[in-house]
Design a protein around this ligand. Structure first.
Ligand code: NAD
Ligand code: UFG
Length: 339
């Protein structure tokens, strides 16, 4: 039996991808150290799929733990989500970010090579475009980083490119996600941030459910239609489907490709707040606050390459995103904590 291994499979995007893979008939291994997740997410994935996956508690920096998995199971490909992802924290704790993200990826690739597993789907980010000069952003746009988190993603992209240059029989896709939001339509799995959310959608949801007083909108003087920041929000279920397509692509293709996963449409912070209130019929009190350091005005994808290469495009609407985010939050006000 062949398995797809998901590092970070218990996390927000990993759990949705695990569900999509199980539903498509894949055998799935989740390898996660639960530093930012819990097994509850995987239990719910199994319930939703009506089938089990293999759950392994381990750290991608632990070569022996990884080797044990590859020795025991025949792994055909790895989808690599594991890593740390909070921009602010990365500034305060750069070594943790380089260790988990960069060193972890190098260790993973070394073990993969040892077991001759050379298909890898990597979670990159639109953050590698830095403050892009023009939007929509194509994969060929210049890359840069403004914080250790972004730097770690950029370094990994370079490392994986060098690996393919040296060993052309690898097949690697660098999936550059834009802004993942939403949840499975069951409301059973979703994003469960620790502490105060950094990201817009979980913050809006927590205000709507009464856990926080009001949203601070970081700046209304950007050169955008309503002055608030514009982003390419993408439904996590669409994102998960993109990983299936990437795995299928790697069945017949070698080499390395960077591919944007976005919708191609930008929405402002105010668009998101208004859509959330309208669709879910809930109040989202907000105030205008100063700009957040490091934020950019506008960021959205040119999504054409994913369509041409993978046959993938986002299908969910803005209303789906805000409805599904709210269903998850309202059914699980404390996330997975009490499950
Ligand atoms: P997440 O924190 O929910 O998931 C990451 C998972 O990896 C968690 O379950 C965590 O416990 C695990 N993990 C972390 N370090 C590990 C280690 N050393 N060994 C084993 N497991 C480890 O985050 P997510 O939103 O699902 O993001 C998944 C990936 O996508 C990350 O690499 C992230 O950088 C990238 N990404 C996320 C976003 C976003 O906005 N959510 C945007 C672009 C890219
Ligand atoms: N925003 C607010 N108030 C909040 C949170 C966010 O107004 O409380 C605004 C931001 O200023 C920005 C927009 O909402 O205009 C989106 O902010 P997020 O923090 O949700 O997302 P970012 O685009 O800043 O960053 C996200 C991920 C990064 C990743 C980047 C590009 O958090 O890790 O997308 O992929 F690098």
């Amino acid at each position: 039996m062949q398995y797809v291994m998901l590092t970070g499979g218990a996390g927000y995007i990993g759990s949705h991808t695990a569900l999509a893979l199980l539903r498509a008939g894949y055998q799935v291994i989740s390898f996660d150290n639960y530093s930012n997740s819990s097994t509850a997410a995987l239990q719910r994935v199994e319930q939703l799929a009506g089938t089990d996956l293999i759950r392994i508690s381990g750290d991608i920096r632990d070569e022996a733990a990884l080797s044990a998995v590859f020795r025991q199971y025949q792994v055909s490909a790895v989808v690599h989500f594991a890593g740390l992802k909070a921009v602010g924290e990365s500034v305060a704790m750069p070594l943790s970010y380089y260790d988990n993200n960069v060193a972890g990826t190098v260790t993973l690739c070394r073990v993969m090579r040892e077991f001759n597993v050379k298909k890898l789907v990597f979670s990159s980010s639109a953050t590698v475009y830095g403050d892009a000069k023009t939007v929509p952003i194509a994969e060929t746009a210049p890359r840069s980083a403004t914080n250790p988190y972004g730097q770690s993603k950029l370094m990994i992209e370079h490392i994986l490119q060098d690996l393919v240059n040296a060993e052309p029989d690898w097949g690697i896709t660098l999936l550059r996600y834009f802004n993942p939001v939403g949840a499975d339509s069951s409301g059973q799995i979703g994003e469960d941030p620790n502490g105060i959310p950094n990201n817009l959608m979980p913050f809006i949801s927590q205000v709507a459910v009464g856990k926080r007083d009001k949203l601070s909108i970081f700046g209304n003087d950007y050169p955008t239609p309503d002055g608030t920041g514009v982003r390419d929000y993408i439904h996590v279920v669409d994102l998960a489907a993109g990983h299936l397509k990437a795995l299928q692509y790697l069945e017949t293709n070698q080499g390395i490709e960077a591919i944007n996963l976005g919708t191609g449409t930008g929405y402002s912070v105010l668009d998101m707040v208004k859509a959330f209130s309208r669709v879910n019929n809930v109040e989202v009190p907000y105030q205008i606050a100063p700009r957040r350091p490091g934020d950019i005005a506008s960021c959205y994808a040119m999504p054409d390459k994913a369509r041409k290469l993978l046959g993938w495009q986002a299908e969910k609407t803005l209303d789906d995103m805000v409805r599904d985010s709210w269903r998850w939050q309202s059914q699980n006000p404390d996330g997975y904590t009490n499950s």
